[in-house]
Ligand binder design. Structure first.
Ligand code: SF4
Length: 446
C-alpha cells in the first residue's frame, strides 16, 4: 500500500540536513509521496527504511516492457482507477494478428497495414505497434515471425508448442517479445522459458480465480514479468473482468492480479466494426494491449485518437516540441510565422497555413504548453522569448527577408520585439487562425 507523507516522514532520518535539496525531511517526504522526487536523493535513509519505502512506491500494477531497446513499449504501470485522480501512464499498444492458417495474401495485407497506417496529430505520430503471430501447427511459424520482425514492430508470440516459442524468442533477438500463453498443462515449461529467456508471458484463464492460481504458481518459481488474459464469452463479461482486475489491483492491492491485461476483441466477434467498438471499450477500461484481427484506417485512426486523448496528463497541457516546422516546401522567400507550443494552437495554425497553400516556416516557441494569450499573460511568450527563439533557431540562414509574423493577439509586444530584433520587421498577423490563409495570400517578402 502506498504510504502518505507523514508515514514516509517517520521512516526518514529526520535530521533536516538539506542534502536532498529540500529544507526539511518533511518537505522531502511530501514530494516523495507525490512521486515528484526519487528516494535516492536522500543519502542517509537506512536500508530497512529503503526496503519499506521502495515497496510502497512500486505501482500496484506491474510494468512489463517489450520491444527493442531503443523503442520499448511499456504495459501496465498504472496507479489510479480514474485518469483525473492523477494520470494514466502507459497507452495500450494496438496490434494486428497474423496466423499460419491465413491465406498468404491476407497475411501480407495485414502486415502492410500495420507498417503503413500512421497519422500525425498535434505533431505526434500515432500508429499500431505490435504484430501478434499465431502458430497453428503448420510448420510456418518461424517464417511468419521473421516477416513480423521485418515490420520493426514489437511481437506477441502465440503457440501451444513451447519449443516453437523458444525458437521464435531466439529469432526475435533484441526485440523482446511477449509470449502467449501459460495454461495449467504448460505452466512448468512456460515458467522455465520465461526465466531462461527473460521474456514476459501471458497467463490465460477462464476466470479471475483460475488466473490468480496460475500467477501465484509462476511467481513462486521467480517469474515476475506477467500479463493477464481472462478469456470471456461475451463483451459484458470481458468488460466486467477488465474492471474487476483493475479494482482488485488498485483498491485491494491484490499483488496476484496487479499485472497488465491483454485483450483480443476479435475473439468475441467476426464483425470488424464491433471488434473496433470492443477495442475502444478496452482502451478506455482497462486493457494494457489490444490485438485486432481487422485493421483498417477507418477503425485504427479513432482508436489511436481515443488512446491518445485518454493517456495524456490532465495536469499538463499538451505541448509540441520547440523548433522550426516546415509547412509545404518553404524557400528563402517564404513567410516566417511564430506562435506558442500549445498543441492545439500548433495543430490549428499549421492546418490553416497548409490550407493557404503558401509554403511557410513556422517557429514554435516553448510556452510550457500555454495558449497565446495565457502565455503572454504569464510572461512566457514575450519579446524576449521570441527574440531568443529567432536567434537560436537559425531561421536567419533559411530566409533572405527579415519579416516575422506574430499572432494578432500580442500586438502590444511589437515595439519591444523591434528593439530585441532590430534587423527584423515585425508584422502583426491575424488574431484568428481562420484568417491566416487570406493573410498569407497577400503576403510579400519584399
Ligand atoms: Fe532529511 Fe534525507 Fe533530506 Fe537530509 S537528505 S533533509 S535526512 S530527507
Amino acid at each position: 500500500m502506498g504510504l502518505n507523507a507523514l508515514e514516509i516522514f517517520k521512516l526518514l532520518p529526520r535530521t533536516n540536513c538539506k542534502e536532498c535539496g529540500f529544507p526539511t525531511c518533511l518537505a522531502f517526504a511530501m514530494q516523495l509521496a507525490m512521486g515528484k522526487v526519487e528516494l535516492s536523493k536522500c543519502p542517509h535513509v537506512s536500508e530497512e527504511a529503503k526496503i519499506k519505502l521502495e515497496a510502497s512506491a512500486a505501482p500496484p500494477i506491474a510494468t512489463v516492457e517489450i520491444g527493442k531497446e531503443d523503442n520499448k513499449l511499456s504495459l501496465g504501470g498504472e496507479t489510479v482507477l480514474f485518469r483525473h485522480e492523477k494520470t494514466f501512464y502507459n497507452p495500450p499498444p494496438i496490434g494486428v494478428r497474423i496466423a499460419e492458417d491465413m491465406e498468404e495474401k491476407e497475411i501480407e495485407e495485414r502486415l502492410k497495414k500495420i507498417r503503413e497506417l500512421e497519422y500525425e496529430r498535434v505533431g505526434i505520430m500515432l500508429r499500431g505497434e505490435v504484430v501478434a503471430v499465431e502458430d497453428k501447427g503448420k510448420g510456418r511459424f518461424l517464417e511468419l515471425v521473421k516477416k513480423a520482425l521485418d515490420t520493426g514492430k514489437a511481437l506477441l508470440l502465440m503457440s501451444e508448442n513451447v519449443d516453437n516459442l523458444k525458437k521464435a524468442v531466439e529469432l526475435a533477438g533484441g526485440n523482446r517479445p511477449l509470449v502467449y500463453g501459460v495454461e495449467e498443462n504448460n505452466l512448468e515449461e512456460m515458467g522455465k522459458l520465461a526465466l531462461e529467456k527473460k521474456v514476459p508471458v501471458v497467463v490465460k484463464g477462464k476466470s479471475v480465480e483460475e488466473v490468480r492460481g496460475r500467477v501465484e504458481k509462476l511467481k513462486s518459481k521467480g517469474v515476475k514479468d506477467i500479463v493477464l488474459e481472462i478469456e470471456p464469452t461475451d463483451i459484458r463479461e470481458a468488460f466486467f473482468n477488465l474492471v474487476a482486475l483493475r479494482r482488485a489491483a488498485i483498491l485491494k492491492r491484490d499483488t496476484s492480479l496487479g499485472y497488465p491485461v491483454i485483450f483480443f476483441p476479435g475473439k468475441l466477434t467476426p464483425d470488424p466494426l464491433k471488434e473496433a467498438l470492443y477495442a475502444g471499450l478496452a482502451i478506455a477500461k482497462y486493457g494494457s494491449m489490444v490485438i485486432l484481427n481487422n485493421l483498417s484506417g477507418e477503425t485504427l485512426f479513432p482508436l489511436l485518437v481515443e488512446k491518445f486523448n485518454i493517456f495524456t496528463d490532465p495536469q499538463r497541457p499538451l505541448a509540441t516540441p520547440e523548433g522550426i516546422y516546415e509547412i509545404g516546401k518553404p524557400t528563402e522567400e517564404s513567410p516566417v510565422l511564430v506562435t506558442v507550443n500549445f498543441s492545439l494552437t500548433y495543430f490549428i495554425v499549421s492546418g490553416e497555413v497548409e490550407n493557404s497553400r503558401i509554403p511557410s516556416w513556422l517557429l514554435i516557441q516553448d510556452s510550457e504548453g500555454l495558449s497565446v494569450l495565457t502565455a503572454w499573460a504569464a510572461d512566457k511568450f514575450n519579446a524576449e522569448t521570441i527574440a531568443e527563439l529567432v536567434k537560436k533557431s537559425n531561421i536567419e540562414k533559411k530566409v533572405k527577408h527579415r519579416k516575422l509574423i506574430i499572432p494578432g493577439y500580442v500586438a502590444q509586444i511589437v515595439g519591444e520585439l523591434e528593439e530585441e530584433l532590430p534587423d527584423w520587421e515585425i508584422v502583426l498577423g491575424p488574431r484568428e487562425a481562420s484568417h491566416i490563409p487570406a493573410f498569407l495570400k497577400m503576403w510579400k517578402s519584399a
